[in-house]
Design a protein around this ligand. Structure first.
Ligand SMILES: Nc1ncnc2c1ncn2[C@@H]1O[C@H](COP(=O)(O)OP(=O)(O)OP(=O)(O)O)[C@@H](O)[C@H]1O
Length: 316
């Protein structure tokens, strides 16, 4: 699949001397949903802001649909819709006039039918004449999306699209994002809700301290890093693991009532049969067994914490 956004060796050093992006290279494929994950301050917004022409890069090359974001700024920017983290609209304006105005900013001629379509899709049509200040937080967020889509962009950036919204609206937004993707829009989202990435993304990128540390298909990532856990509820509490079992990937919960065995489904053998045999030999009885896949959240936390080891810090 061809790249709709190409980022090559991107660096950003702010005036303060702080390096927010460190040699980031990334291709976003046409038509995909790409989730950019990273802890606070990792550089996600900086990267989006550079691609959208809001922040200047210190070095590197970025193109959007083949247009250089600096030399060919207008053409590049016209391909992109941005829903920023903060709600920024004029509260006194009506929904429809603010969305029409956004379209005009991109030099697009008015298109009543298109604007009606997006307002309907976002359940804003009934509210089209309402002043934005009178809308709920969730509705205001929808207005931000309508503004970002007003000029018919092929690429949509969603910076923390569901921060602070309720569960119902979050589900609605997920449906809407999938729907946009079906119609060929490429979507790049940043999120702190790993569940959101797990639910929606085709690919995941993880950024930590300005470096892109991983880019993977979500399913492959889940498969590769998604170790499974086997949890055994014991009949009687166990004070300590028997010596022979200490070398096994086993842990015991505080109350001694649960044994957790970590295993890798991609390996030739899981070792479960052997484990059961050993438990039997040691007279450790269990009354229930559950198996659980490691979630993307757990994978993400371990990736980012591995990066934050003292050795890494010392190197920076
Ligand atoms: N204008 C600026 N001048 C100096 N430093 C900045 C500026 N803007 C951002 N930074 C710093 O760059 C780093 C990356 O910030 P950025 O907003 O890109 O992170 P983020 O990954 O989007 O974080 P969050 O998840 O909190 O939104 C942070 O340490 C931030 O303090």
């Amino acid at each position: 699949m061809s790249a709709i956004i190409s980022v090559q060796n991107l660096n950003k050093i702010y005036e303060s001397g702080f390096q927010a992006l460190n040699d980031v290279s990334l291709d976003i494929r046409r038509g995909e949903i790409f989730a950019l994950l990273g802890p606070n301050g990792a550089g996600k917004t900086t990267m989006i802001s550079i691609i959208c022409g809001i922040v200047n890069p210190s070095s590197g090359l970025v193109t959007a649909d083949g247009h250089d974001i600096i030399d060919d700024f207008r053409a590049a920017r016209s391909k992109i819709g941005l829903v920023p983290q903060e709600l920024c609209t004029d509260g006194f304006e009506s929904v429809i006039s603010t969305v029409n105005f956004s379209r005009g900013l991109f030099g697009r001629p008015p298109n009543k039918a298109y604007i009606e379509k997006i307002l309907r899709q976002l359940s804003l049509w009934e509210k089209r004449d309402a002043r934005i200040m009178t809308l709920s937080g969730g509705m205001k967020r929808r207005v931000m999306i309508a503004k970002a889509l007003s000029h018919e962009p092929e690429i949509l950036f969603l910076d923390e699209p569901t921060a602070g919204v309720d569960v119902e609206l979050r589900r609605d937004m997920w449906d809407m994002v999938r729907d946009l993707r079906k119609r060929g829009v490429t979507i790049i989202l940043t999120t702190h809700y790993i569940e959101e990435a797990e639910e929606m993304a085709d690919r995941i990128g993880v950024i930590s301290r300005g470096k892109l540390i991983l880019v993977e298909e979500k399913d492959a990532l889940m498969e590769k890093l998604g170790q499974k856990q086997l949890r055994l509820q014991l009949q009687k509490p166990l004070l300590e693991l028997p010596e022979e079992l200490k070398s096994y990937p086993l842990s015991l919960t505080h109350n001694g009532l649960e044994l957790i065995y970590h295993f890798d489904t991609t390996g030739d053998q899981t070792g479960i049969a052997d484990l059961f045999q050993r438990l039997n030999e040691h007279g450790i009885d269990y009354k229930d067994i559950q198996s659980k896949q490691r979630s993307l959240e757990e994978i993400f936390v371990s990736l980012v914490t591995e990066r934050a080891t003292p050795a890494t810090e010392a190197a920076e």
